[in-house]
Write a protein that binds this ligand. Structure first.
Ligand code: AMP
Ligand code: MG
Length: 350
């Protein structure tokens, strides 16, 4: 199949540019589109064939459920058994980077939910995503638009790299503001539980609901194969560059000393190495490739360039990647959750 590409300026578009993509969605085809978190790979959430196509295009395990994207709160009642906690969070944070898990209604086919009796729902705030949902009249099931296991796409070119020839159309709407996936909160039970950390933090959720806990599985480091797939991101290796990533954590000077010695060792053995540092620390390193992920003064800058940097490592065919840790601050938990998965749990303290 030939994959079409439409370029849209999210700050200045009419909506009619999306007509072809809307037809594709209504006909059960697949459309990659920008959101404020990462690019999504969308299909009609209520059409089992469309949902199945998403899994085959991504090479995604069939028990890893999809997030259903809607454009107004009323739509929630068509697909989910809405709970009081869920409604409070939806009203506080939608449209935005928060996904809520509810018990599903019959309308949602098991293909969309990976066979679970719950459904994950989000209302994005990206203008193009919202217009696409409204105009097509389709609830859009969309995981990230990458091949399974690869870093999530934060540019249309990342989607092209992974999915060209596998999907109908890609809407290029530039780079998302946030750059990491939504926070996922399970509100289907008696108590809200965070299943995946993200831009909306636990403290922000607690301002709305007093009782919010974190699923113990996301506090662990290694992907866990034998757990029930509550948020299956926990279960599979994710976000991974092709080279081996190692995170080194500790005081800046110790981290630099350790990374410089690891780099020198691997360089001597003839491998291609790279360092991921920050604007503040990049001069401490001796390596042929040193990339700054952003400034420690702006956590958003770090979150927004994480996946870009991991993909750049692939373009340069780096075999060993050494990175500082970015666990501090408000967004640190969300960033490190992705980094640790990308590193398959390889972290050392110095
Ligand atoms: P992605 O957008 O690629 O990160 O994939 C969507 C993620 O949402 C999945 O990997 C799950 O972690 C989560 N998810 C989707 N549906 C459910 C659900 N019914 N229950 C729990 N988590 C879900
Ligand atoms: Mg994903």
């Amino acid at each position: 199949m030939t994959t079409g590409i439409i370029k849209i300026n999210p700050d200045n578009f009419k909506g009619e540019e999306l007509e072809e993509a809307c037809h594709i969605l209504k006909d059960g085809g697949l459309v990659a589109f920008p959101t404020e978190t990462v690019y999504g790979l969308g299909g009609d959430a209520l059409n089992p064939l469309a949902a199945s196509k998403i899994y085959s295009a991504k090479g995604r395990p069939s028990d890893n459920p999809l997030i259903v994207h809607i454009a107004c709160i009323e739509s929630l009642y068509d697909i989910a058994e809405v709970t009081e906690d869920g409604l409070k969070l939806a009203k506080a944070f939608w449209p935005g980077p928060l996904t809520l898990v509810f018990k599903k209604k019959e309308t949602v086919p098991p293909q969309t939910t990976g066979g679970l009796d719950t459904v994950a729902v989000r209302m994005p705030c990206h203008a193009v995503a919202r217009e696409l949902i409204k105009r097509s009249g389709v609830y859009i099931a969309a995981p990230s638009a990458n091949l399974s296991g690869r870093p999530s796409p934060t540019q249309a070119k990342h989607v092209i790299e992974d999915l060209d020839g596998r999907i109908d159309i890609i809407i290029d709407g530039g780079s998302p503001d946030i750059g990491i996936e939504s926070t996922i909160v399970d509100v289907s039970g008696s108590k809200a539980v965070i299943l995946r950390p993200g831009y909306i933090t636990k403290d922000m959720l607690k301002d709305v609901l007093c009782d919010v806990s974190t699923d113990p599985a996301i506090e662990g480091i290694l992907p866990q194969k034998d757990i029930v797939a509550k948020a299956p991101g926990m279960k599979y290796r994710h976000y991974a560059p092709k080279g081996q990533l190692l995170i080194v954590e500790g005081s800046p000077d110790r981290v630099a000393r350790k990374i410089n010695s690891l780099v020198s060792e691997k360089d001597t053995e003839g491998y291609k190495t790279a360092v991921i540092a920050t604007d503040e620390t990049k001069d401490k390193y001796k390596c042929n490739i040193i990339k700054s992920i952003g400034t420690r003064k702006s956590e958003n800058s770090i979150a927004a360039s994480l996946y870009n940097i991991l993909r750049e490592m692939d373009y340069m065919e780096v075999q060993y990647i050494y990175s500082e840790s970015f666990g501090a601050g408000i967004l640190g938990g969300a960033v490190m959750n992705r980094m640790l998965k990308a590193a398959a749990g390889h972290i050392i303290q110095v």
